[in-house]
Design a protein. Structure first.
Length: 65
């Protein structure tokens, strides 16, 4: 997608990511998982938000842990 001129994003050096105010902490956890593979931050309180974010960003392996 980013290699073709037909996408406006292909000319950007950085892509903005917009995260809702209430999802910032879970977004950080998802990034932590992507770098470390650790899932010790998952709790009953944040599991649904993490599943939602992992679906949206295509981090499907997070749902399997």
């Amino acid at each position: 997608m980013l290699e073709h001129d037909r996408w406006a994003e292909s000319s950007l050096k950085e892509l903005p990511i917009e995260v809702e105010e209430g999802e910032i902490e879970c977004f950080k956890y998802m990034i932590q998982y992507m770098y470390t593979g650790e899932t010790d931050f998952i709790t009953g309180e944040n599991v649904l938000a993490l599943i939602s974010l992992s679906n949206y960003y295509g981090v499907h392996s997070l749902k399997g842990n």
